[in-house]
Design a binder for this molecule. Structure first.
Ligand SMILES: [Zn+2]
Length: 306
């Protein structure tokens, strides 16, 4: 008898607990985004593999990037930590996967590099409004009690891509750049100019920061940027070595047609660079062994013509 009472009591308590749990709005509305405070008043919002960042100042909130993958979740994230209005939106670069939800922001000042403005005028995309303010090399943006520096390191990924630097917080953000724990995206982050990419890493490392925020992945540290520099330096060395060591005459023997000959030679160069790079870097960074051949090919093409 006592056992039965205990059993019924347990079932009743479990039912009440589960009913309370699932009927409580706090549990049924689990946010479908991640929100991290990386420094006091500085936040990273993540959803669907994309990041956007925002900073709460005395005067209002400054948001960097508006990826469609995050969309209006950014508003939920901001109102989760402050009732101040969003006053500014900064574009890290013009690509639609990073700023294609900019049209949902109202009454904000949009800031970007002049070349990003040129691209957006050309694209004529209502989802990506043309910025209200532009800069060329550098812009200091004092907003409320905070200062944000916008810097142009040249087109490491797309013309008009910028560094967003917060010196007081020692935070650096750059979209489609270093992914902490991983390698650059395909073809060295589809860089239009490898020397500019290499130089941009020097420029980033000259800044005093201890938190790095990319457009994708978890926030990292300056060490992640240092590791990326070492990876790119090794790629460059291995690309140069391939150009010195691969015997073109041997590789193209028996192959006919100028395009087929070029392809065979480049495949041999790429294989030489990839084998060395994989041996040095496999298991150190995510994406090594997946995109090493594309990184090598991009570096070899650059080394041949730079
Ligand atoms: Zn991009």
């Amino acid at each position: 008898m006592n056992t039965n009472i205990a059993r019924y009591s347990f079932v009743a308590v479990a039912f009440i607990f589960l009913y309370t749990l699932f009927s409580n709005p706090a549990y049924s509305q689990v946010p479908n985004y991640d929100l991290q405070e990386i420094k006091p008043g500085v936040y990273v919002v993540s959803a669907g593999g994309y990041n956007s960042m925002f900073m709460v100042t005395q005067k209002g909130v400054v948001v960097v990037d508006a990826p469609p993958a995050i969309g209006d979740k950014i508003f939920a994230a901001v109102s989760n930590v402050t009732d101040k209005p969003i006053t500014h939106l900064i574009y890290s670069h013009a690509h639609k996967d990073h700023i294609g939800a900019a049209n949902i922001f109202e009454n904000v000042t949009i800031i970007a590099h002049n070349k990003t403005a040129e691209i957006l005028i050309d694209r004529n995309d209502t989802n990506r409004p043309v910025p209200d303010m532009v800069f060329f090399n550098e812009m200091n943006l004092p907003i409320g009690d905070q200062e944000i520096q916008l810097l142009y390191p040249g087109p490491y990924h797309q013309r008009g891509n910028i560094f967003v630097y917060m010196p007081e917080h020692k935070v650096l953000m750059a979209g489609d750049y270093v992914v902490p724990g991983g390698v650059l995206w395909k073809h060295l982050g589809v860089t239009p100019d490898v020397p500019t990419l290499i130089k941009s890493i020097d420029q980033a490392l000259a800044l005093d920061f201890d938190v790095f925020v990319g457009g994708h992945g978890q926030p990292g540290t300056k060490q992640d940027v240092i590791v990326q520099q070492e990876y790119v330096n090794d790629l460059q060395e291995n690309a140069k070595a391939a150009l010195n060591e691969v015997n073109r005459t041997e590789v193209i023997q028996g192959i006919n047609g100028s395009n087929a000959i070029t392809e065979a030679y480049f495949n041999a160069l790429t294989k030489s660079c990839t084998d060395k790079t994989d041996a040095e870097w496999k298991s150190k960074l995510e994406g090594v062994g997946v995109w090493t051949d594309e990184h090598c090919e991009r570096m070899i093409i650059s080394e041949r013509v730079t």
